[in-house]
Structures are given as structure tokens and as C-alpha cells.
Unconditional design. Structure first.
Length: 401
């Protein structure tokens, strides 16, 4: 099967060029000025074409909480948002902390229409399973409060987990970021640590002002970039997540981190909960995000807050590099044909009714954004086209050794 995507505008060394992309058997066969013959032709209409986004932090809730989301609904929402690969988090029911739970999740994820990978959960007792777990992106370690019951506070246990896994994603808030860095330094651990959803100036400083910053990466979320604690007044529980929204000054520090390279990735931390659940007195923490992440970033581009190369680096290239995902994150010949066509001029409001996530709400509802994905192609297949989803199953990602 071959497809030609013609009239693309894509970034080459930071500049936009008009090119055509030939896809053969799910891979990028050629990026060219010519118009090679193909069985199918898609006209990108001179829109911006970027590699499909790799969202390294989603909670698709399966198994155990499929009333909130599942791999099909979550992946449909992701595809609509221009995300072509997700890495799922382990705080499901049961948690992904055993080899059996990982295999079960692998079986369930086969219904996903975006490519997928798994983060394995850590406990104080599962080091041997961490070492045996096959084809995982990273090990997730919770040092701070979260949905589920996976907190580890014991420094020795944390050190053992860092030692056992090539990459650990840490949910650490405030001083716990410093503690995690100190554990690495003190025990001379050389493995990689990725700090999830860094939300404050202080956390960013702890993560990046140290002598081992090369083995540390920092992720920020769209909600911390585009909302701050003042939004709690109007949104209440619908703007409550862990870590919580911070001050304008903290938000500014995250944007500075993007500008100076201290922030490595942006991930949605898509954490859907139903409206009814959010309306309860003891509401759960988390907000959905896969459908709004790219539009928010493209809108920020239109507002001159960041450039297209930065979006591509933070959402495609760097996640592929950090998690060593094979053949993804770049528009390159031989790479997987995962790509997004984005209309940078399209202006549209975020509307709850349009959302494909099962929770059907967004903290950004009503916000008019300029810049939207209009087509998403995954493994060479058209999966999202202007409001329409095509249920073509995707694949589990592979990692370089
Ligand atoms: O807000 C959050 N929601 N933070 C977390 O750490 C977990 C997530 C969830 O699973 O709902
Ligand atoms: Zn999360």
C-alpha cells in the first residue's frame, strides 16, 4: 500500500519547506519535491505537517476504571488531538506492577488506534518484576500523592528502583524533586530520571541546577502552562490535579524553561474523571488533555509564545529520544509514517460536546484557539480526518536497547 501526501509544509533545520511525503507499507519512503505515483493521494493543502505527537504521560484507565476511559476512547481522543503514540501510566486497577498485569494491559491495549507503550509501576516489593518486565518505556515511581496507592517514601527503596530501571519517571512534588536528585548523586546512579509534570520554579531549579542534569529530563503539562491557581476560582474541582496549579510566577518559570532548554518534553497527563465524580465533595484529581494539547501549543505559536520547532522538539523528538522509541518522533525516510497535518489558521473554540474522551469535559472549554490538527496519519493509515475517526488498530512501540 502506498500513499502520497502532497503539498506538505514541514520543518527542515528549523525552516518550513514545501515537500511531498511518500508512504509505503506504513513507513516514510521518500520526502521529495517530486510527485511519485501512489495508490492513494492526500492533499495537505500547504498545511504544516509534523511528526505525530508522542504523549509520554496518559492515564487511559484500563483495566479497572473503564467508565472514565479505555484504550479505544482514549486513543480516539488522542488521534483527534494529533497524538499518534501514547505511553500509559500504571495506576490502573489492578496497578501495572506485576508481569501478569503488564501482559493483561498489553492485551487490552490492542484496541488502541494510536501506537502505545507502557510505563511499569514500582512498589517496594516488585524489583524482580521491574528487572524482568519486557518492552516497557520506563518505570513510574510515585514519591508524592496520586490517584491509586503507589507511594514510596523510603530512600533506600527509591535508590533500588533507580538502579533497577534504565529510565524512571518520577512523580515528585516540591522538595521531593531535590530528594530524588540527591538519591541519584549519593548512590552514584547513572540511570535516567524523568521528572513528570514539573509545575513550579523551585521544582525546575532542583531538577536542572545540579551536576547530573544530563541524566535528568523535565516534563511539563499544558495545564500548568496555560492555567494558574487563579483558575481554581471559576473551575473549582475541574482545575484540581496533582501537582496542583501554581502561581503566575511559577508558570512564567516553566515558559522560561521552554525557552532556555531546561524543559525537555510536554505531555498531557491526560487524567479523565467523570463530571459526576468531580462534582462530589471528595472529588478525584486530574484533568483530560489529549485533545487540547496540540491546539493549545499551536495557539501559543500564533501568539508568539513558542515556535514550531520547539513544539516538534518537545512533543515529538525529545520523547522519542528520552524513551528510546524506535523509528518515531521525526519525519525521516525509513521512519514510521505517523504524522499530523495542522491548520495553523483554523480558529475554533474548545467545546465539551466535540470531545471524544469519555469524560466529555475540558478545563479549557469555551477557549478559542487558533491552530488545530485536521488530519492524523498513523502507521500510514488515515485515522482522523476533519472530525471523523477511522478505527484502524495501531501497534505497540518498540525501544532501542
Ligand atoms: O491529577 C492527577 N491525576 N495526578 C496524578 O498523579 C494521577 C492522575 C490520575 O490518575 O487521575
Ligand atoms: Zn499522571
Amino acid at each position: 500500500m502506498s500513499t502520497l501526501i502532497k503539498n506538505c509544509r514541514l520543518l527542515i533545520k528549523g525552516k518550513l519547506f514545501a515537500k511531498n511525503i511518500l508512504i509505503k507499507n506504513g513507513k516514510i519512503a521518500k520526502i521529495t519535491n517530486k510527485e511519485p505515483k501512489a495508490e492513494k493521494v492526500i492533499d495537505a493543502k500547504s498545511n504544516f505537517v509534523l511528526p505525530g505527537l508522542i504523549d509520554a504521560h496518559v492515564h487511559f484507565r484500563e483495566p479497572g476504571m473503564t467508565h472514565k476511559e479505555d484504550f479505544l476512547s482514549g486513543s480516539m481522543a488522542a488521534a483527534k488531538g494529533g497524538i499518534t503514540t501514547i505511553l500509559d501510566m500504571p495506576n490502573t486497577i489492578p496497578p501495572t506492577t506485576t508481569l501478569d498485569a503488564l501482559e493483561e494491559k498489553r492485551r487490552l491495549a490492542a484496541k488502541s488506534i494510536v501506537n502505545y507503550g507502557f510505563n511499569f509501576g514500582s512498589t517496594t516489593e516488585n524489583i524482580s518484576d521491574i528487572k524482568k518486565a519486557k518492552n516497557i518505556a520506563a518505570v513510574k515511581l510515585y514519591m508524592s500523592y496520586t490517584t491509586g496507592d503507589l507511594i514510596i517514601r523510603d530512600f533506600e527503596a527509591i535508590s533500588d528502583i533507580f538502579k533497577a530501571s534504565r529510565t524512571t519517571i518520577v512523580h515528585a512534588e516540591d522538595d521531593f524533586v531535590r530528594d530524588a536528585v540527591e538519591i541519584l548523586i549519593k548512590n552514584k546512579i547513572r540511570n535516567h530520571v524523568h521528572f513528570a509534570h514539573v509545575s513550579s520554579e523551585k521544582e525546575l531549579q532542583y531538577a536542572k541546577s545540579n551536576k547530573i542534569k544530563k541524566q535528568i529530563s523535565v516534563e511539563v503539562t499544558p495545564h500548568h502552562l496555560f492555567m494558574d491557581s487563579k483558575d481554581l476560582q471559576s473551575l473549582g474541582a475541574f482545575a484540581e490535579m496533582k501537582p496542583g496549579l501554581k502561581t503566575e510566577r511559577d508558570q512564567k518559570a516553566l515558559w522560561e524553561g521552554i525557552a532556555n532548554g531546561n524543559v525537555d518534553t510536554i505531555a498531557s497527563d491526560h487524567a479523565p474523571h467523570l463530571k459526576e465524580e468531580k462534582e462530589k465533595a471528595n472529588y478525584p484529581f486530574g484533568v483530560p488533555g489529549v485533545e487540547t494539547m496540540l491546539p493549545l501549543l499551536l495557539d501559543a505559536f500564533n501568539n508568539k509564545k513558542l515556535d514550531l520547532s520547539a513544539i516538534q522538539k518537545l512533543c515529538c523528538e525529545n520523547p522519542a529520544k528520552i524513551f528510546r522509541i524506535k523509528n518515531k518522533g521525526f519525519l525521516k525516510e525509513g521512519y514510521d509514517a505517523d504524522l499530523v497535518i495542522a491548520d495553523l489558521e483554523k480558529r475554533q473554540a474548545v467545546r465539551n460536546d466535540d470531545l471524544l474522551t469519555k469524560c466529555k469535559w475540558s478545563p479549557f472549554e469555551g477557549k478559542i484557539l487558533k491552530g488545530w490538527p485536521v488530519m492524523t496519519i498513523i502507521n500510514g493509515n488515515l485515522v482522523y480526518d476533519d472530525g471523523e475517526i477511522f478505527d484502524v488498530k495501531a501497534k505497540e512501540v518498540q525501544y532501542a536497547r
